[in-house]
Write a protein that binds this ligand. Structure first.
Ligand code: 6PG
Length: 468
């Protein structure tokens, strides 16, 4: 009894794989799930080297784990997390640690932290990214909150994390719900990049009429250069996959995509913080748009456009598409990282963005070579408000903007939907505008509502009796 190093509640794909990862790193791991089938199948998968015990009995589970206990919850966000905590509490003691490893909304973590602190239980949220393979062989993990509790478990997390240049993709990120917040924004960026890739794919197919082999090989090639990243890599794999009849599987997959909410939360909270993240907003909107298939079928019949025939050489098209995707992906990271900067101040997280970009370099869904450039940018200037202000990043954007503008013009003329790409360019153009036309908006507000306005030539607020 009480000999296991770590416990996991929830033996779904993530929980079970993380538990196997822990056991493969020579830590004894106990698992709890109410579903007997999940418990049995985990027990069967464990090999002789693994010290694993899985059970459906919460009391027995608690008795297996060394005191003070370390228990991670990997259950769906929301009520299931509260229920899991409630079922554990009668079997826990002061000093025990509960870690929420799910995609929990950050304010829930703040609430649970306070509730559990009253009972002497340490609680912290830790976003985990990498999907099922990541969980099994090395995820990126984003812990925040109770630092002492994290420090006690650091050896386990560092052992099971993905490694980049020998450095583990896990590090304490900051106070309170910092871990969940960073994971939420990670997912917002994930939504943005997935949307951008899908728009580029559409442009290749319906815009420049590239054949399926060329499209697939292009993604494979892109993964060898500046665009090297997990999402580009899997796109190459996906486009290669054949269905049972030998045709490409992608063409049989419906064009509406579900979402669990983390992208929407990122957008919603960015609006609360007044941080512009338009590429992420567009990605959320486009998933919603994708769901209205019957309406889109109707609309396609009446909202027509006769696109001009534009002849572009395939090699030129591919080169411009590459620049466009690279440009827009940089802008998406810039938006997410700027959101983290503001959130850190607002919620007192004390985030260090060099650390965040460092642990995103491996294991997680948005891992990409370009993260190392961001890490360097924050290492050079920890107070950088936006990575677009780093001269190396700025150069990459100015070098790729001509291709981006060409592709966007082409898509507009073709009538193809590219909300993610357009919003990325719009963000860039607004951000680099010393003067915006917002003076007119100030004047309009004062005109109809006497909301006052500020002037560029004198301090204070002004109101004018506008001439009707
Ligand atoms: C990860 C993923 C993971 C999950 C997303 C999917 O980092 O490993 O982001 O957390 O796959 O939540 O999100 P949607 O269902 O909202 O697309």
């Amino acid at each position: 009894m009480n000999t296991f190093d770590f416990g996991i509640v929830g033996l779904g794909v993530m929980g079970r794989n993380l538990l196997l990862n822990i056991a493969s790193n020579k830590f004894a791991a106990a698992g709890l799930d109410l579903d007997t089938e999940k418990v049995n199948s985990l027990q069967q998968e464990a090999n002789a080297d693994h010290k694993i015990e899985a059970t459906t009995d919460v009391k027995h589970f608690a008795s297996l784990i060394q005191r003070p206990r370390a228990i991670m919850l990997l259950v769906p966000a929301g009520k299931p997390v509260d229920s899991a905590i409630q079922s554990l509490l009668p079997h826990l003691e002061e000093g025990d640690i509960i870690i929420d490893g799910g995609n929990t909304y950050f304010t829930d973590t703040d609430r649970r932290f306070l509730e559990l602190a009253e009972k002497g239980i340490h609680f912290f949220g830790m976003g985990i990214s990498g999907g099922e393979k990541g969980a099994r062989f090395g995820p990126s993990m984003m812990p925040g909150g109770d630092k002492k509790a994290y420090e006690r478990l650091r050896p386990i997390f560092e052992a099971i994390a993905a490694k980049v240049d020998g450095e583990p993709c896990v590090e304490y990120l900051g106070n309170g719900s910092a871990g969940n917040y960073v994971k939420m924004v990670h997912n917002g960026i994930e939504y943005g990049i997935m949307q951008l890739i899908s728009e580029i794919y559409d442009l290749m197919k319906r815009g420049y009429n590239l054949d399926e082999d060329t499209i697939q090989k292009t993604f494979e090639e892109w993964n060898q250069g500046d665009l090297k990243s997990y999402l580009i890599e899997i796109t190459g794999h996906i486009l290669k996959q054949k269905d049972e009849d030998g045709s490409r599987l992608i063409n049989q997959i419906s064009d509406w995509a579900k979402s669990k909410g983390t992208g929407k939360w990122t957008s919603q909270n960015a609006m609360d913080l007044q941080v512009p993240v338009p590429t992420i907003d567009a990605a959320v909107v486009m998933r919603d748009m994708s769901k209205s298939k019957p309406e889109r079928i109707e609309a396609a019949k009446i909202l027509t456009w006769n696109a001009n025939q534009q002849d572009v050489k395939t090699s030129e098209a591919i080169a411009s598409l590459k620049d466009t995707l690279f440009f827009a992906i940089l802008i998406t990271y810039a938006q997410g990282l700027a959101q983290l900067k503001t959130a850190s101040k607002e919620y007192n997280y004390e985030l260090n963005l060099e650390t965040v970009t460092k642990i995103w370099r491996g294991g997680c869904i948005i891992r990409a070579d370009v993260l190392e450039d961001f890490r360097k940018a924050f290492a050079a200037n920890a107070d950088l408000p936006n990575i677009l202000l780093n001269s190396d990043i700025a150069k990459k954007l100015t070098d790729t903007q001509a291709g981006t503008r060409n592709v966007i013009q082409f898509a507009v003329q073709k009538g193809l939907p590219i909300a993610g790409l357009m919003n990325s360019l719009a963000y860039f153009d607004a951000y680099r505008s010393e003067n915006l036309p917002t003076n007119l908006i100030q004047a309009q507000r004062d005109y109809f509502g006497a909301h006052t306005y500020e002037r560029i030539d004198a301090p204070g607020v002004f109101h004018t009796q506008w001439n009707d």
